[in-house]
Ligand binder design. Structure first.
Ligand SMILES: [Zn+2]
Length: 246
């Protein structure tokens, strides 16, 4: 079998596990035990019901026991996971760094789906993504470079959050005459109509993005293209990256 197919299947199998994580983690259930079962009729799934993408297609999106509809999310997450593993392999080959980055992207995919359903992300997965994104480095210098970028992104997003909160508060205040005080006297969070545009979880996501992508502005300023920026921040030693030239 071609290595490309093996990599895709590896990703899709991990995606099948991620579906379990997406279902169970927010409910406070163990992601390992019990083994896969239908959430509607509780019937234990047979091994051939667990084949990524294929099982869903063969069952036509329905539970084999009770006929309950199975969400499109299941084959979609498996397909995306397989594709993520495949694309990173194409770009970076079969290396430990590629594996680390694949895991980070798969955790980010899981976070995205949980975020979609709950408008919240669990710290456990968020911290895992950040830790792996920083730790995935080929050298100590790259590790330091990752930390620097993570901190820059986290700081930038934390500050951006203040700007967005300030803007939103003043917008809401204009529409609500019963809020009498100036915006800076009360904590933004005590205003009942306050809508949080960016949660604290976003700061961690931003840090993960920073560790993965590097600082685009510094890199662009020193005359590199976006692609070179990606290549350098992901693959290479920091001395050849834009940070030193900036
Ligand atoms: Zn069922």
């Amino acid at each position: 079998m071609s290595i490309y197919i093996i990599i895709f299947i590896f990703g899709a199998v991990v995606g099948s596990f991620l579906n379990v994580v997406i279902y169970r983690l927010p409910r406070g259930e163990s992601v390992v035990f019990p083994s896969s079962h239908c959430p509607n009729c509780n019937a234990k799934l047979k091994p051939w019901h667990n084949i990524p993408i294929v099982s869903w297609l063969m069952l036509r999106g329905k539970c084999a026991f009770c006929g309950e509809k199975i969400s499109y999310q299941y084959p979609l997450v498996e397909l995306l996971s397989g594709s993520i593993a495949f694309i990173i392999f194409l770009k970076m080959g079969l290396t430990w760094i590629a594996l680390g980055i694949t895991v980070v992207f798969l955790v980010l995919l899981t976070l995205s789906i949980i975020d979609f359903y709950y408008k919240m992300v669990p710290d456990s997965l968020n911290l895992l993504a950040l830790t792996l994104a920083v730790a995935t480095a080929g050298s100590f210098e790259m590790f330091q470079y990752n930390i620097t970028n993570a901190l820059l992104f986290a700081g930038g997003f934390a500050l951006l959050r203040f700007y967005v909160s300030y803007y939103l508060f003043n917008k809401i205040k204009k529409q609500s005459p019963n809020i009498k005080q100036a915006s800076w006297i009360r904590n933004y969070n005590t205003i009942p109509t306050y809508v949080e545009a960016m949660g604290e979880g976003d700061i961690m996501i931003a840090a993960t993005m920073g560790a993965l992508l590097g600082v685009l502005y510094l890199t662009l300023r020193s005359g590199y293209t976006w692609k070179a920026c990606m290549d350098r921040s992901v693959k290479n030693h920091p001395e050849s990256s834009g940070l030193k030239h900036a």
